[in-house]
Ligand binder design. Sequence first.
Ligand SMILES: [Zn+2]
Length: 416
Amino acid sequence: MQEGAVTNATRCRFCRTVLSHTFVDLGMSPLCQSHIEPHQLNQMEPFYPLHAYVCEKCFLVQLGEFVSPEAIFSEYAYFSSYADTWLRHVKAYTDMIVDRLSLDKESQVVELASNDGYLLQYFVQKGIPVLGVEPAANVAAVAVKNGIPTVMKFFGEKTARELVADGKRADLIIGNNVLAHVPDLNDFVEGMKVLIKPWGVVTMEFPHLMKLMDYNQFDTIYHEHFSYFSFLTAEKVFAAHRMTLFDVEELPTHGGSLRIYACHSDDSTKSVSERVTGLKKTEVATGFTEIEHYFGFSEQVKRTKWNLLDFLIKTKNEGKSIAGYGAPGKGNTLLNYCGIRTDFTDYTVDRSPYKQGKYTPGTHIPIHHPDRIKETKPDYLLILPWNLKDEIMGQMAFIREWGGKFIVPIPEVKIY
Ligand SMILES: [Zn+2]
């Protein structure tokens, strides 16, 4: 981390404009991945402001940086491999991109924030050389053990120059759900500029701000997630580093994501697709280039909270039991902002052994193995990772045997 980054919280992390417009203020919240061990239950817990701003110049929606990235990411608990839907998604991506870019055993693929190698394994299966860059030591160690070459580093211009000096220039750089988590955005994007070959391609996936606003996805705002992009703002960021977004796909993942394709701006072998011009037109027409467009979100979030609590209070007054499903980052923002503790939700379950036996940050809801559901037969299952609701309702369909129902809290409380 750069010296002094923490004190720069009031300036835009892209264009340095002073941030004076609130997007939404979700109050004080603990770090979403800091699950509590049983022996920590009676200890003090740090809470940080969860206050998102919108920059009046570049319209980047962002959080101030209150915590060092090392504190957040050195023992990151999120092992992507646990969601089947996500694995299918990245497998399909691999098949598509290998074909589209004609990648082969002479190519070099680099993934930033490569986690445990769950994506790169599909390139390895095709005999395509890969390299993962992953700052979380525990996660990188799993990748290496699984045969995925991985360097344990934060990515930026410095790391990129070291890799280039090592002869590792990339035909393809992949970054899924990492751009939003980067504290020093300009250094990160410049690093990609340095690392790709003259005709190389960068693909990045990140949640689309337009969908976040359309579908009340305020719970995707958490401390580890610094930036929230429209396509127009992402385009500005890449342009500042002499890169062009030449294609884009709108994906259903994480409640609505963009997959952008970037190349060097002087790469004449690629032309900007109609999908790019079409999406830009939509965003302009929706109001993403006017600051007023961002001001309505706060009220929308409050109404979502009131409606969810209204339902939960009514259900508890009827004497019904509620258990949670999942302990994802987004769950913690929802639970903390809405004040949902064991007074509403007896416990939650998660397939990740890393989280079982621990408690949710701030709200201290115990996290159990999914088998617990069969033992206690709750009347309702509150699905916290709502982006995976179809997969989860399939896996947990057996709750219907005792009349159990599913609660999906976002975009608005809905019972299935
Ligand atoms: Zn800005």
